[in-house]
Design a protein around this ligand. Structure first.
Ligand code: NAD
Length: 377
């Protein structure tokens, strides 16, 4: 079951960590730590094997994959010995991650993106390709009438003025090429009615948004605890300090706002009310590829007694994200093969801001995932 993984943002930290990880696993040089599809409850013959994944992608930069892998090793994300051992495979990846195409109109750009993916699928004789967005977070998209209906969108894409943000144009191209689409970022991606129509028309599934790898992961475990113990959360404030390319991009106000909004949903939906407090995101260059999150939670117990919880999380974002990218590809490809189309709400376990009306507690999300995999088998 050879399956293609088309990484939008294929030369970034998450993408290159995913590529190095998959190649190292195939060579027997690493363990699948952090890959939830390798847990006994989720291991299934319905999923493509980790060794069956073939990588390609698009990026707007030309940094060689090997050079990026070396930088990630220097930053403590990847073991240097792995990068050295995998040099030939990583050097060969440069031909597979192509320059992001640009046509005269968005319709032309989408056609060029779809043609690159199709050429990759044919050349490697792949049963299926999953397009995964791991590119830089965009500002929230400006509303446009073409987002509401597919025929209006198709017409608008042929015009001179762009109507879709890049993440949504990649989703459009993926669906047009008959591929599934996963959005690991908080960008708009496939979250437009016109794109839902296209996915339905082409019979392809999609999943998103924004990989849940750090502070929000911890929130999705702790918030149900407060709810189940009938404790009243009064405030929940978080400060996220991060470096790397993601941190530099999130230093800009518009992508920062999109990310902060994506991180807030879990509390209101799990507790049933929105406690006071905000999530702040700040770029600290010196942290490199690592992130620190500090959270302060104030809550009231029996007879109004005031209490507090504080936690700090020191994570290596790409090392947390990459195994989830591999999981999502395996699950989405298997869902596509099983004839699923449209949104995959059972993949909420992986996302900060999941599609659909879903449970936000991690444990309930895990149960839904196990049921999905049982159904696929
Ligand atoms: N690492 C995590 O734990 C985590 C968790 C959730 C979400 N994310 C999201 O994943 C994304 C990737 O994170 P990262 O740390 O790899 O960032 P990064 O900055 O290292 O990589 C992003 C890559 O996207 C490329 N890119 C930008 N615009 C593009 C376009 N239009 N087409 C193709 N490529 C484009 C950039 O050139 C860069 O190589 C970010 O949006 C981030 O918010 C990461």
């Amino acid at each position: 079951m050879r399956t293609g993984v088309w990484l939008v943002g294929g030369r970034g930290s998450v993408a290159v960590t995913s590529i190095v990880g998959a190649v190292a696993l195939r060579a027997g040089l690493a363990e699948p730590t952090g890959c939830v599809t390798e847990l006994p409850q989720l291991r299934s013959p319905a999923l493509p094997g980790l060794a069956d994944l073939v990588f390609g992608g698009h990026d707007v930069i030309a940094t060689p994959i090997l050079k990026k892998a070396d930088a990630l090793a220097d930053a403590g994300v990847l073991p240097g010995r792995l990068v050295t051992a995998l040099q030939p495979e990583l050097a060969a990846m440069d031909a597979e991650v192509r320059p992001a195409p640009r046509g005269a109109t968005q319709a032309e750009t989408a056609a060029l993106v779809a043609a690159d993916i199709d050429e990759f699928r044919r050349r490697h004789e792949l049963g299926r390709v999953v397009v995964v967005n791991v590119s830089s977070t965009e500002p929230a998209a400006e509303p446009h009438e073409a987002h509401a209906a597919l025929d209006v969108l198709r017409e608008a894409l042929r015009g001179p003025v762009p109507v879709l943000p890049p993440s949504s144009l990649y989703a459009y191209a993926a669906f047009t090429a008959g591929c599934s689409y996963v959005d690991f970022t908080p960008s708009t991606g496939a979250r437009l009615p016109a794109l839902a129509q296209l996915a339905h028309e082409r019979g392809v599934p999609y999943a998103g948004h924004d990989g849940k790898t750090g502070e929000t992961l911890v929130k999705s475990v702790l918030a149900p605890m407060f709810a189940m113990r009938a404790l009243a959360v009064r405030s929940w404030s978080g400060a996220n300090l991060l470096g790397g390319g993601d941190g530099a991009n999130l230093a800009q106000p518009a992508p920062n706002a999109a990310k902060a909004a994506s991180k807030q949903r879990v509390l209101a939906e799990t507790l049933g009310y929105q406690p006071q407090g905000d999530t702040r995101i700040e770029y600290v260059e010196d942290l490199g590829e690592f992130k620190t999150a500090w959270d302060l939670v104030t809550f009231r117990g029996f007879l109004g007694t005031a209490m507090r919880l504080e936690f700090s999380w020191h994570g290596c974002d790409s090392a947390l994200a990459a195994p989830l990218v591999l999981d999502l590809v395996r699950l989405t490809a298997a869902a596509h093969r099983a004839g699923r189309s449209g949104p995959l709400p059972e993949l909420a376990f992986f996302f900060k801001d999941p599609l659909g009306d879903v449970e936000h507690g991690l444990s309930a999300q895990f149960d839904a995932l196990v049921r999905m995999v049982e159904g696929l088998a």
